[in-house]
Design a protein. Structure first.
Length: 187
């Protein structure tokens, strides 16, 4: 059966897109199951994948071998990618609170030159996302799974001024204009 030129082009675009993705291994956990002959080891991997331009996803995979667990986690992360609106392509538009289970996370927009001030799993998210300036604080659990899920909860709820203006039926200038007026009123 001959392939159409359209499907070849689609496959080529998909493979190019996948090669541009940044993969960050957050953690590997070794677990043991005790059986009659001794111990059977298994591995659980947690991976963050992003394109460096505002799309990011996370995944967890389990297998008997480390590479297989990482492959499964990466596939799951690619399937569950979300788009996050970024200001000037370097930081978040506004401060965000996220929570999952006992984990709470605060993500704050930062000025240019601040860098990524975040701990392990959260740093991996921002590096894969393409954010250069952000401050984060994890409150509660330090479990990497819960921290990442809390961060994704917050990132899902972040929005850009353009989307807020569209939702309210206003112009972006009206929303941002108010922000400047309030800053002048304080002085």
């Amino acid at each position: 059966m001959a392939r159409s030129p359209k499907s070849d082009r689609r496959d080529r675009d998909r493979s190019r897109e996948e090669s541009e993705l940044v993969e960050k291994l957050v953690s590997i956990n070794r677990v043991a199951k005790v059986v009659k002959g001794g111990r059977r080891f298994g591995f659980a991997a947690l991976v963050v994948v992003g394109d460096g331009k505002g799309r990011v996803g996370h995944g967890a995979g389990k297998a008997r071998e480390v590479p297989e667990a990482i492959r499964k986690a990466t596939e799951q992360a690619k399937r569950g990618m979300i788009r996050v609106p970024l200001r000037e392509g370097r930081t978040l538009h506004h401060d965000v609170l996220g929570h999952f289970g006992a984990g709470r996370i605060v993500l704050r927009a930062a000025e240019a030159g601040t860098g990524i001030i975040a701990g392990g799993p959260i740093r991996a998210i921002f590096e894969a996302l393409g954010v250069q300036d952000v401050v984060s604080k994890s409150v509660g659990t330090s479990n990497p799974h819960n921290m990442i899920k809390a961060a994704f909860d917050g990132l899902r709820h972040s929005s850009s001024p353009r989307s807020v203006a569209a939702r309210r039926g206003k112009k972006v200038g009206d929303l941002i204009g108010r922000r400047e007026v309030t800053a002048e009123a304080r002085e």
